[in-house]
Design a binder for this molecule. Structure first.
Ligand SMILES: Cc1cc2nc3c(=O)[nH]c(=O)nc-3n(C[C@H](O)[C@H](O)[C@H](O)COP(=O)(O)OP(=O)(O)OC[C@H]3O[C@@H](n4cnc5c(N)ncnc54)[C@H](O)[C@@H]3O)c2cc1C
Length: 478
C-alpha cells in the first residue's frame, strides 16, 4: 500500500491529510502525520481559564478568503461560527500618546469616505490632502516589485504610511513595511492600481459592485442567514477546528496521527523516501508533505536537495508573543468602544497592538470582566519575546497603564510565545516562491505546504494544502 507522510500537525498538515481523505475516501493509501509537539495545531492554540476563552495565536479567519469557513462547514462546525460584535467595529490608532479612531471607511489603509477622513483627528490637514491626491497620481509604469513602504508613500503619502499602513501591517504580519513585498503581501492593492489607476477609485468601485450584488442576491435561507462579518471565528475557539480535524482523521482507516514525533531528516533513494525521527525510527514513504515552517523544512531537506534547502532559508521569519490579560470591568475606565488599537512605530512603545477581545467577540469573558490581548515583538521589538513571563506581563501592564489608563491588578495574565513563526514575504518573494515551486515540482513525491509560501493566514494555508493533496492524488493515479 502506498504511504504519504505529512511532517507537521498545524492547520496546513491537518488540512492536507483531511483533503487527501475527503477527495478519495476509500483510496488504498496510508497517511502518517508526524507532529513534533505534544499537541496538534501549531500556532493555533485555545485555552480556557476561570470563564475566559483565550486564543494564544490566531483568533479569527478572514471571511473574504473562504477556505477556512468552507472546511469548517464540511466538518459540521457551521453552527459554531461566531461573527464579530459589529456595533463596536472601530479600530483605534495611538498617535501623539492618545488613541484616535481610524476614520470610518478606511479599508486596509485606503480611504473610501470623505467626511470621516476630513473630520479625523488622526491625520493632519496636509496628510489628508496628500491622501486625497492619490486619485490623481498616475499608476506605476513597470511591474517590478516594491516594498509596501514605497508603495504607500508613493500613492497615499508618508503620514498614511506612518499612522495607518505601518501599524496595521505590524498588527497583522508583525512585519516591516520597508522590507515587505507589496506584490506578495497585498496583491489586491497592486491589482487595484493596475486596473483602476487609483486605490481609492478602485476600492470605491469594488464596494459599489459588492453592494449591488448583495442587493440583487436572493434572500438568504436557513444557514445562509447567519451573519458573516469580515473576521469570523468559532464560538469555542479556533482549536475546535484542530480538535475536530484530528479526531475525525484519527478514526479513519489507514490514517495515523502521531504527536511527540519530531522528524530529523529525509532521504530519497530509488524513488522512495525515508523519513527519520529524532529517536532513530525510520518510516518509508511514496510521498512526503513537509508542512513545517520553511526554516524547519530547509533543515529536513538538506539530504534531498541542497539548493532547495538553501533557498528555503531565505524566507525570513519573525518572533512574536501574545499576552492575554483580564480585568474587572469596573476597573477599566476606558469605554472599550472598538476592537482595539494599533501602535505606529513612531510612537516608540513596547507593544504592537492590542485587541479588546471580549468586545470583538462574544463568549470570551464573564460579563463583569474584560479580556485584552497585546501583541509583542515582531520586526519592531524582536528582543522583547525573550522576556520571561513575569517581566513581559509587567511590561504589558505598564503599556496599558500609559495608553489606556488601566492601573488595576489583573484577574489573570497568560503569555504565549511564537518563536520564528511568522513568515515575512519580503521584496522578491514571488520570484523566490516561483523558484521553490519549480524545484519541488521536479522532485517526484515531494510537496511543501504552510504559511511560508502562498498566503500567511489560516485560510490561505488550507487552500494551498488542498491543492497539494490534489497533486498527490494525481501522482498516485498515474
Ligand atoms: C500570534 C499569531 C497570530 C495569528 N493570527 C492569525 C489570525 O488571526 N488569522 C489567521 O488567519 N492567521 C493568523 N496567524 C497566522 C496563522 O497562525 C498561520 O497562517 C497558520 O497557523 C500556519 O499554519 P501552518 O500549519 O502552516 O504552521 P504552524 O502552525 O507553524 O504548524 C507547523 C507545525 O509543524 C511542526 N513541526 C515543525 N518541525 C517539525 C518536525 N521536524 N517534525 C514534526 N513536526 C514539526 C510544528 O510543531 C507545528 O505544529 C497568526 C500567527 C501568529 C503567530
Amino acid at each position: 500500500m502506498k504511504r504519504v507522510v505529512i511532517i507537521g500537525g498545524g492547520i496546513a498538515g491537518l488540512s492536507a491529510a483531511w483533503s487527501l481523505r475527503e477527495h478519495c475516501p476509500g483510496a488504498p493509501f496510508e497517511i502518517v502525520l508526524l507532529e513534533r509537539n505534544d499537541r496538534f495545531g501549531g500556532n493555533i492554540r485555545t485555552e480556557r481559564s476561570d470563564g475566559f476563552l483565550i486564543e494564544g495565536g490566531p483568533d479569527c479567519f478572514l471571511s473574504e478568503k473562504p477556505w477556512a469557513m468552507e472546511l469548517s462547514r464540511r466538518l459540521g462546525l457551521a453552527d459554531k461560527f461566531l461573527p464579530t460584535n459589529d456595533k463596536n467595529r472601530k479600530t483605534f490608532v495611538l498617535s501623539g500618546g492618545s488613541l484616535h479612531v481610524l476614520p470610518e471607511g478606511v479599508i486596509l489603509m485606503i480611504p473610501t469616505k470623505i467626511l470621516p477622513l476630513a473630520t479625523s483627528s488622526l491625520i493632519s490637514w496636509p496628510g489628508k490632502a496628500r491622501m486625497a491626491m492619490e486619485l490623481f497620481i498616475p499608476k506605476k509604469k513597470d511591474s517590478k516589485d516594491e516594498s509596501l513602504g514605497d508603495f504607500v508613500r508613493r500613492r497615499l503619502g508618508k503620514e498614511a504610511l506612518d499612522k495607518i499602513a505601518e501599524p496595521l501591517v505590524a498588527g497583522v504580519h508583525a512585519g516591516d513595511p520597508e522590507t515587505m513585498s507589496v506584490r506578495a503581501s497585498f496583491p489586491k492593492f497592486v491589482q487595484l492600481e493596475e486596473e483602476s489607476g487609483s486605490l481609492i477609485r478602485g476600492m470605491v468601485r469594488k464596494m459599489a459592485s459588492m453592494h449591488k450584488a448583495k442587493k440583487s442576491a436572493p434572500s438568504p435561507t436557513g444557514e445562509q442567514k447567519q451573519r458573516v462579518t469580515m473576521f469570523m471565528t468559532l464560538k469555542d475557539g479556533l482549536s475546535e477546528l484542530i480538535d475536530t480535524l484530528s479526531a475525525r482523521l484519527s478514526k479513519m482507516e489507514n490514517t495515523v496521527l502521531r504527536k511527540g514525533a519530531p522528524v530529523s531528516s529525509l532521504e530519497k533513494k530509488d524513488g522512495r523516501y525515508t523519513v527519520r525521527l529524532e529517536g532513530g525510527e525510520a518510516i518509508d514513504a511514496d510521498a512526503v508533505i513537509v508542512a513545517a515552517p520553511a526554516w524547519a523544512a530547509s533543515n529536513l531537506l538538506k539530504g534531498v536537495d541542497g539548493a532547495l534547502s538553501e533557498k528555503l532559508l531565505t524566507i525570513p521569519y519573525v518572533s512574536t508573543a501574545t499576552v492575554s490579560i483580564a480585568f474587572k470591568k469596573k476597573d477599566v475606565k476606558h469605554p472599550l468602544n472598538g476592537f482595539g488599537f494599533v501602535v505606529p512605530k513612531v510612537e516608540k512603545r513596547r507593544i504592537m497592538a492590542a485587541t479588546w477581545t471580549s468586545v470583538k467577540f462574544a463568549h470570551r469573558a464573564p460579563d463583569d470582566s474584560v479580556l485584552i490581548r497585546c501583541f509583542v515583538g515582531g520586526s519592531k521589538n524582536a528582543e522583547l519575546v525573550g522576556l520571561d513571563d513575569a517581566a513581559m506581563v509587567r511590561m504589558v501592564r505598564e503599556e496599558l497603564g500609559d495608553i489606556m489608563g488601566i492601573k488595576a491588578e489583573p484577574l489573570l495574565a497568560r503569555v504565549f510565545r511564537f518563536k520564528s513563526s511568522m513568515p515575512q514575504y519580503t521584496i522578491g518573494h514571488e520570484e523566490r516562491i516561483g523558484w521553490i515551486d519549480e524545484r519541488v515540482a521536479s522532485i517526484n513525491g515531494l510537496y511543501l505546504t504552510g504559511s511560508a509560501y502562498h498566503g500567511i493566514g489560516i485560510s490561505d494555508s488550507i487552500r494551498y494544502s488542498e491543492s497539494v493533496a490534489k497533486k498527490i492524488l494525481h501522482q498516485f493515479q498515474k
